[in-house]
Ligand binder design. Structure first.
Ligand SMILES: [Ca+2]
Ligand SMILES: [Ca+2]
Ligand SMILES: [Ca+2]
Length: 395
């Protein structure tokens, strides 16, 4: 081989490659661009129809001797393109196949449908079992587009060998603060005699309460009686002060048993909107009130409760003006304060979102002005945002 020819050959090959490559690159770029554009047009995003499932039953309390058939249903929010299978788990003190049977341990929601059902039948064995037996039904396995709902994915069914069960519809519930929430006591079936039920309540809020005297009667032939829960404190509720619990303590009938939902825990959501001012001081003999007013002289004062050592004013957005953009003055009213000894008053502020406003602020009252009014703060409101400025620390 002639060694002198090699470099020439390489050069020509390189030149050929260079020219080809250049041309090809341009073409490749154009093709790629076209392909990307085509892809963008063709590729339509496919939404995955994730849907929550909720369980419900046609009865939650039953008497064994009635051998009742209870319908268990599953509801999904969004219809699916294919059948959905919801496998159920059965637990609780009652045993499957000896205390009850099921037509199927899974529920199918057919394609395009929103609900499916299975049937559960109570087995009456003729043997007396004291107290209650219960069935706890939960979700076991789900089609991959289905997720459990937050609060309706577990069912409980109580069974008695007595005549009936008394209980609440659930063991916990969250409500908006309300003065008139109706709480039902439910008897699983009507009996031919009056049923006397004893109950008690507890609340974490001293302004909440419940009606009645701890005793109610479900008349013969009826299945419910209710009490009213007053869960509206007309102020911004402090954390930890938003609960009421009611319990069934006893029932005056041997054939009626208290069910699994023997007590209910009620949690409230704040409904009031506005700004709350709390003031405290040490000398119990002195009494102050709180007052807020706007430039037009519209004012709101704390009620004359005569509380020793503390006073509270809730400026309700709906009541006062409403609390629209502007500047307001917050003052201490020397309701029963003669100024013979100075008094340190401590203030704090809270809004409906749990927002606090610096502080605690203190003000030293040294004397009672002739008109009893002692301006302490300026409140500026701008689009629902409150700004509090202490304008005076003593008088
Ligand atoms: Ca049984
Ligand atoms: Ca039995
Ligand atoms: Ca409240």
């Amino acid at each position: 081989m002639n060694i002198m020819r090699k470099p020439l050959m390489y050069l020509s090959v390189a030149a050929l490659l260079f020219s080809c490559t250049k041309t090809e690159e341009v073409e490749v770029e154009r093709i790629v661009e076209t392909e990307v554009e085509v892809e963008k047009i063709v590729e339509v995003p496919t939404a995955i129809d994730l849907s929550q499932v909720s369980l419900a039953s046609s009865a939650s309390m039953t008497t064994e001797s009635d051998a009742q058939t209870i319908v268990i249903s599953a509801a999904i929010e969004t219809a699916q393109e294919e059948d959905v299978t919801i496998k159920l788990n059965f637990a609780g003190s009652a045993a499957l196949d000896s205390d009850y049977s099921v037509s199927s341990s899974s529920i199918t929601v057919a394609a395009g449908e929103l609900t499916g059902t299975t049937e559960l039948t109570i087995i009456s064995d003729g043997l007396f079992e004291s107290g209650i037996e219960n069935i706890v039904i939960s979700l076991a396995e789900l089609s991959n587009t289905i997720t459990p709902s937050a609060d309706s994915s577990i069912l409980q069914i109580d069974i008695t060998d007595g005549e009936a069960i008394i209980g609440f519809e659930s063991s916990s519930i969250t409500i908006d603060e309300s003065s008139f929430y109706t709480l039902f006591f439910v008897l699983s079936k009507a009996l031919n005699e009056d049923i006397v039920v004893y109950y008690s309540g507890e609340t974490s809020n001293d302004r909440y309460g419940l009606s009645g005297d701890g005793e109610l009667i479900i008349p013969a032939g009826q299945t419910t009686r209710s009490i009213t829960i007053d869960a509206n404190d007309s102020r911004i509720t402090n954390s930890g002060e938003n609960t009421v619990s009611v319990s069934i303590d006893a029932v005056e009938n041997d054939d009626v048993v208290i069910g699994s939902n023997s007590s209910i825990a009620i949690t409230t959501n704040e409904i009031s909107e506005g700004l709350q001012i709390t003031s405290t001081w040490t000398t119990q003999d002195d009494l102050f009130d709180l007052r807020v007013y706007n430039s037009a002289g519209v004012s709101q004062a704390s009620t004359l409760t005569g509380t020793n050592g503390s006073e509270e004013l809730f400026i309700n957005k709906l009541d006062f003006s409403p609390l629209e953009n502007g500047t307001y003055t917050i003052e201490l009213i020397a309701f029963d304060f003669d100024g013979s000894t100075s008094e340190t008053v401590t203030f704090s502020f809270l809004d409906e979102n749990g927002g606090t406003y610096d502080g605690p602020y203190t003000f030293v009252a040294n004397n009672a002005p002739a008109n009893d009014r002692i301006p302490v703060f300026e409140l500026a409101v701008l689009d629902g945002v409150y700004t509090i400025t202490q304008t005076s620390v003593s008088n």
